[in-house]
Design a protein around this ligand. Structure first.
Ligand SMILES: C[S@@+](CC[C@H](N)C(=O)[O-])C[C@H]1O[C@@H](n2cnc3c(N)ncnc32)[C@H](O)[C@@H]1O
Length: 267
């Protein structure tokens, strides 16, 4: 099975993930924890990665199953869980599986896909397969929170291709490496709505040695009504569409997010 997200291409991706400043400071955790509290246990997080959202959810008292395809990302999550109290650990179950086709043998009140894992699915067939797998795992009346970015028209037209760009703050690792990260659009395929990106990590080791590491991956962007039609086709009804994790209404900021709360319908 191909892994289009590239998360297991190299171990450094999972190793550095939690230290990347825009990830550390991402303002989405409270939104997902509150949604889980409102829904109640058990919650399924699809594409849980290193547990950035999953661990705070378990700390809030929820039982949560985290599913991810990447053994490296799950490995970091497992390692972090070891530092948590036994009660938190006991509320978490991690499963290595592909979001396009999984069978967990449980039903959930809520499924979430935080921070764009869904956009690693590059075909409508894969998107529908994922939504069908999620839907099969929801109780009647259960909900899905689908979190994708709202494609910026300006960026789609004017995005510089082939240039390394970025203004992220430098970060340090516990063993003293200093890391600056840039990003590059490699291919902008407007026909298939797929962009190929590279995240490039420039690492300076404590002994002065320098290293360049690249994480290559593709993302498919979806427009608002395309996503709504997709959800309807998969048996979900959109209850809320937010532009941000503070629940601002879609359209109140641009480009913002496409943050769907969708209820499983009876069809
Ligand atoms: C940007 S990370 C998001 C991780 C986490 N949700 C967060 O908010 O920090 C994307 C995650 O999606 C996972 N992923 C990509 N394709 C997947 C697939 N087909 N099935 C399951 N997980 C997948 C990757 O392994 C990675 O952990």
């Amino acid at each position: 099975m191909d892994i289009p997200s590239g998360y297991d291409q190299y171990a450094f991706i999972a190793e550095l993930y939690d230290q990347v400043v825009p990830y550390r400071e991402r303002a989405d955790v409270a939104f997902f924890v509150e949604a889980a509290r409102e829904a109640g246990s058990p919650v399924l997080e699809v594409g849980c990665g290193t547990g950035r959202v999953l661990i705070p959810t378990a700390r809030a008292g929820l039982e949560v199953v985290g599913l991810d395809l990447s053994p490296n990302m799950l490995g970091v999550c497992r390692q972090k869980l070891k530092d948590e109290p036994a009660a938190v650990q006991s509320r978490v179950q991690l499963v290595q599986a592909d979001m396009r086709n999984f069978e967990l043998g449980h039903l959930f009140t809520l499924a979430t896909i935080p921070f764009r894992p869904f956009q690693h699915l590059l075909t409508v067939e894969d998107q529908l397969a994922c939504l069908a797998s999620v839907r099969r795992h929801l109780v009647d009346g259960g909900a899905l929170i689908l979190d994708i970015f709202n494609p910026s028209l300006d960026f789609l037209v004017n995005r510089p291709v082939g240039e390394e760009l970025g203004e992220e703050p430098e970060f340090s690792t516990p063993d003293g490496r200093r890391v600056t990260r840039l990003h590059k659009t490699v291919v902008c395929d407007r026909v298939n709505q797929v962009n190929d990106f590279e995240l490039i990590y420039y690492v300076t080791h404590p002994d002065g040695r320098k290293e360049r590491l690249a994480h290559a991956f593709s993302l498919r962007y979806l427009f608002r009504f395309e996503a709504e039609h997709l959800l309807a086709r998969a048996g979900f009804e959109v209850e809320h569409l937010y532009a941000d994790y503070d629940k601002s209404a879609y359209g109140s900021k641009y480009p913002g997010e496409l943050l769907f709360v969708a209820r499983k319908t009876g069809v």
